[in-house]
Design a protein around this ligand. Structure first.
Ligand SMILES: C[S@@+](CC[C@H](N)C(=O)[O-])C[C@H]1O[C@@H](n2cnc3c(N)ncnc32)[C@H](O)[C@@H]1O
Length: 292
């Protein structure tokens, strides 16, 4: 962390006061370091590894919302207001997602990835699927719907959803969605949707039981579960190339032989990790672990 904080020192965080636009508050290196250390120690997020312009934009947005311009006032608020840490996590993590996001990727999972995975995997254990950065559960539940409806695989499987944000994991565990959130669920899976109170909806027991959720920071490289398929979509974009390469190396280590990795549409394999995976479908960002 020392070096990263050192690099971080050279960055200047400028907060524009939304009320008095001509006053510019510059964070001193000490204030920046205190904020980074506080976030790391208290929230368990190593923000020094995130792309710094991104972190700065998100913190600025939070301060603008609070109409606070003085860094000291914000640091004091973090200590004083028990609700502010959650707001800061929400500001630092973007949870945009939807069921069957990028439908052609899910079509490719169904046509190619699941059949091979279920045929190859050791019959003595369940097929292990990991949705890393699962937000409100939309991605793991999309896979659960696909796998339940294609019972033809006749194999056990379990789906793990992990995320750094407690708030999104609470939503995921509740599995309650508004009708418009479910618009992107294809017709063939709709029989698994059940009406609940107050105009909200959930999924059948079978769909929910296949999915477990756990809080985990992608930067905790020691906590990666062994998996046969990992969806790591729209999470790597937060991190610099060095961290991306570390994450991809660890994912390759934790993937079973011939296991699959799916990245987000806007993401590419860091050059340093290209010898670890074969490309299965470049448009859908589907890769397969190379045999060692
Ligand atoms: C844009 S959403 C992507 C959701 C889903 N994978 C998709 O592609 O639709 C990014 C998710 O990554 C999570 N995230 C951000 N930083 C993370 C970290 N350090 N460790 C684990 N998850 C993280 C956010 O909380 C958020 O839920």
């Amino acid at each position: 962390m020392g070096n990263r904080v050192g690099n971080h020192r050279r960055q200047v965080l400028t907060i524009l006061d939304p009320v008095v636009e001509d006053i510019t508050h510059v964070w001193t290196t000490d204030q920046q370091d205190r904020l980074c250390r506080w976030i790391h120690q208290t929230l368990g997020i190593d923000v020094c590894s995130y792309k710094q312009p991104y972190v700065h934009r998100r913190i600025q947005a939070r301060l603008r919302k609070l109409r606070i311009s003085d860094p000291e006032k914000y640091l004091a608020l973090l200590e004083k207001d028990p609700a502010e840490p959650d707001h800061l996590i929400n500001a630092l993590t973007v949870n945009v997602t939807q069921f069957f996001r990028n439908p052609s990727t899910f079509a490719m999972l169904e046509e190619k990835v699941y059949p091979e995975l279920f045929q190859m995997a050791d019959p003595g254990r369940p097929v292990r699927i990991w949705s890393l950065g699962c937000a409100g559960g939309e991605e793991p539940f999309s896979m659960s719907l696909q796998l339940a409806v294609h019972r033809a695989y006749h194999r056990r499987y379990r789906i793990l959803g992990t995320d750094v944000s407690h708030a999104v994991l609470d939503r995921a565990r509740k599995a309650l969605y508004d009708a418009d959130q479910l618009d992107s669920v294809p017709e063939k899976y709709r029989r698994e949707i059940q009406a609940q109170e107050e105009g909200r909806f959930t999924f059948s027991r079978t769909i929910k039981q296949a999915v477990r959720f756990r809080r985990q920071d992608i930067l905790d490289l020691d906590q990666y579960p062994i998996s046969d398929l990992v969806l790591c979509r729209n999470v790597l974009i937060y991190f610099d190339r060095t961290r991306q390469a570390e994450i991809l190396h660890r994912l390759a280590f934790c993937l079973a032989d011939d296991g699959y990795l799916v990245l987000g549409r806007a993401e590419t394999l860091a050059v340093e990790a290209r010898d670890l995976f074969d490309c299965v479908d470049s448009a859908e960002r589907i890769y397969r672990k190379k045999r060692s």
